[in-house]
Write a new protein. Structure first.
Length: 156
């Protein structure tokens, strides 16, 4: 199991680095800097705990597989429409709002690796509305006890 998960993480990281290096922002970084891009990305990777990174990588892999199956352009930043469609899909089929929140956090983290990105597509009101909708639709209302019925039951 450990070997399989390690291979999976390496594969996702390979895809991740390919997508990262395909962006125009990193090409400019390579030309004007003596720093190795892989070293810079490695430092940025350590901005989260290992457990968070593993969870984010798993979520990002699912997103990349979904994007590839629909023949979307695999270059960062992903268009807002693609991100929104995926969040909507997760919101529709997820069991709770936490799945939408996790996908949002993972994709926002993925887009944070794009240097010079003025606005992260995950910061849009469009995406925030999906999260709020998931919180409202997937929540379980609190059932308040009726004190009168409890007193009535206690009397018998």
């Amino acid at each position: 199991m450990f070997c399989l998960s390690f291979v999976l993480v390496v594969y996702v990281l390979f895809l991740f680095f390919q997508i990262m290096l395909a962006t125009n922002s990193w090409k400019g970084f390579q030309q004007f800097s003596s720093i190795n891009v892989y070293e810079a990305l490695d430092v940025m990777f350590k901005s989260r705990a290992n457990s968070s990174i593993n969870t984010y990588v798993r979520v990002i892999r699912k997103f990349l597989d979904w994007s590839k199956s629909r023949h979307f352009n695999m270059q960062l930043p992903f268009p807002l429409s693609v991100v929104f469609l995926y969040l909507f899909k997760v919101q529709q089929f997820g069991a709770s709002s936490s799945s939408v929140i996790l996908v949002h956090a993972a994709l926002k983290w993925l887009h944070s690796f794009v240097p010079g990105l003025d606005r992260n597509p995950l910061d849009s009101e469009f995406c925030r509305n999906i999260i709020e909708s998931a919180k409202r639709q997937k929540s379980q209302p609190v059932m308040k006890r009726n004190l009168f019925l409890q007193k009535l039951k206690g009397a018998f």
